[in-house]
Design a protein around this ligand. Structure first.
Ligand SMILES: *Cc1c(COP(=O)(O)O)cnc(C)c1O
Length: 384
């Protein structure tokens, strides 16, 4: 077993090289059974009892994610939101959390509304400002710091290692929503984070056909056991068919992410200075405020997500999105098809998202075609 010496890219391409013991198939079967036979001496030696707590296909997906993140353990759940909620709901009533102001909108809304009834008090900070993070921490009460980097939809970059040190200084854990970075570019646990969360709906699966979430931890401590118990008791495990698709999607993760990074950088450079665009938000541009930290904690690229602010305001932005032919006008991100979205329409009141912003998820298409299509839509929208 030399497996440990092979690279992350090699291991993910083969989904850890697992083959089916019975048939020698290079693609393991999907385990759909919800129940398992007890041994005649009343034991369950296979380790499997019932489908809500556990599933072999789910375990195989988790092994791949744990490898990708360099984690002690991983857990896959029914969605990114259920993964995040499992972490927050494993806190105790009265616990205080510090979270990024710029973050996935549905999670911000959940924290602002429903999380309160669980006794969770959240302070929202500009997590790219370390003084703001430090000032928000309450020694003895802050139990979790939650950041997203790069963060939706401004691609704000937070220094994972620096925030980890601050969080640990008051005895809090650091959790990182690493959906946009992916483990190809950033491995938060190696930078000091305690928990990594992914909307596996996005890059990990990569084909816009599975809703899934993932968590990874640097240690299987009592808090991780609480999270595991939450999934087991409430039944927010991922379905076996989705886990199978997720494994299949992850086999091309490295290739997809590298291609998306190269295309996104190309598009960011071309739209930077474009006559119809006031600002390009992309951590790969040296003008982006988070560029230096991104260069430090993202290796091999700056991600496949960028946003442009359209001259002429909200109306021009919406008009531009209406006139693309190749880009798909849809929410979500991280799939092989490129998506464009007027983000303020989704996020609603209270969002830090400017109304002239279009969020771009760069897929696997030819970047020259992606540029030509959006360039023509921008010009068209500005003409009439
Ligand atoms: C989509 C997304 C989520 C939520 O994940 P779901 O799989 O839709 O529940 C959380 N964080 C980020 C950054 C996302 O893009």
């Amino acid at each position: 077993m030399q497996k440990q010496s092979w690279s992350q890219r090699t291991n993910v391409a083969q989904a850890l090289g697992k083959i089916d013991g019975e048939t020698r198939a290079v693609v393991p079967p999907i385990h759909l059974a919800t129940t398992f036979i007890r041994d005649d001496d009343n034991q369950y030696r296979s380790g499997f009892v019932y489908g809500r707590p556990d599933n072999q296909t789910v375990r195989e997906a988790e092994a791949v994610i744990a490898m990708l993140e360099g984690a002690a353990a991983s857990m896959v759940l029914s969605s990114g939101m259920s993964a995040a909620a499992a972490v927050f709901m494993s806190l105790a009533p009265g616990d205080h959390v510090v979270v990024s102001k710029v973050m996935y909108w549905a999670q911000r809304n959940w924290l602002l509304t429903d999380a309160k009834s669980w006794g969770i008090e959240a302070t929202f900070v500009d997590s790219d400002n370390l003084d703001a993070v430090r000032a928000a921490l309450i020694p003895g009460r802050t139990k979790l710091v939650w950041i997203e980097t790069p963060a939706n939809p401004l691609w704000t970059v937070t220094d994972i290692a620096a925030v980890a040190a601050l969080a640990h200084g008051v005895g809090a854990r650091l959790a990182v929503d690493s959906t946009a970075a992916t483990p190809v570019l950033t491995r938060p646990l190696e930078l000091g984070a305690d928990i990594v969360m992914h909307s596996a709906t996005k890059y990990l699966n990569g084909h816009s056909d599975v809703v899934a979430g993932a968590l990874a931890t640097n240690k299987q401590d009592e808090f991780w056991e609480r999270i595991a118990r939450f999934r087991r008791s409430v039944g927010t495990i991922l379905g076996p068919f989705e886990a199978f698709l997720l494994i299949r999607g992850m086999r091309t993760l490295d290739l997809r992410v590298r291609a998306a990074c190269a295309s996104a950088l190309d598009l960011a450079a071309r739209f930077d200075g474009h006559g119809c665009v006031s600002t390009v938000l992309y951590p790969g541009l040296s003008t982006h405020p988070g560029h230096a930290i991104a260069a430090k904690q993202m290796s091999g690229g700056f991600g496949g997500m960028l946003s442009i602010r359209v001259k002429g305001g909200e109306a021009a932005a919406i008009k531009t999105a209406a006139r693309v032919a190749l880009w798909k006008r849809a929410t979500s991100l991280g799939g092989v098809e490129s998506l464009i979205e007027h983000r303020a329409s989704v996020e609603g009141a209270g969002s830090p998202c400017p109304t002239d912003l279009l969020r771009l998820s760069v897929g696997a298409e030819d970047p020259a075609d992606l540029f030509a299509d959006l360039d023509s839509a921008l010009r068209d929208a500005h003409r009439n």
